[in-house]
Design a protein around this ligand. Structure first.
Ligand code: SF4
Length: 124
């Protein structure tokens, strides 16, 4: 059986084809321009993960949105649920860079943190 992937580890976006045997083990990887692509498809087949970056509403801040991200890549199947959860949150300014927005997000053991500050009016 063949499975096709587009490597997202660099802008080149290599189209990679993997061949799997009847046990699901990889027997061949083609199309990758470097070793990172092979590592990428192996991870996609066993433990696909993504870093989620988005914004969260802020009340009383100098900006209406605060950029946030997962401290580490989270399981791919958790990303949409986490994004939906973040859409329900409104933070109160000030928000500091690195501030934990959701601890142990969706039970992954990974925190979602602010990646930039949002000041309150007056610079606090
Ligand atoms: S296989 Fe290597 S060169 Fe190709 S997209 Fe992935 S990281 Fe980039």
């Amino acid at each position: 059986m063949e499975r096709k992937f587009v490597c997202i580890r660099c802008p080149q976006g290599c189209e990679i084809t993997t061949t799997l045997n009847g046990n699901g083990a990889i027997t061949e990887i083609t199309g990758n321009s470097c070793r990172i692509g092979a590592d990428f498809v192996k991870a996609e087949l066993t433990d696909a993960r993504r870093t989620l970056t988005t914004t969260v509403r802020v009340s009383g801040g100098t900006r209406p949105l605060c950029p946030v991200w997962t401290e580490k890549p989270v399981p791919k199947d958790k990303v949409l649920d986490l994004a939906a959860q973040l859409r329900t949150i409104t933070l109160n300014a000030p928000v500091s860079a690195g501030q934990i927005i959701i601890k142990n997000a969706a039970g992954t053991g990974i925190n979602i943190v602010a990646s930039a500050p949002v000041m309150a009016p007056g610079g606090k």
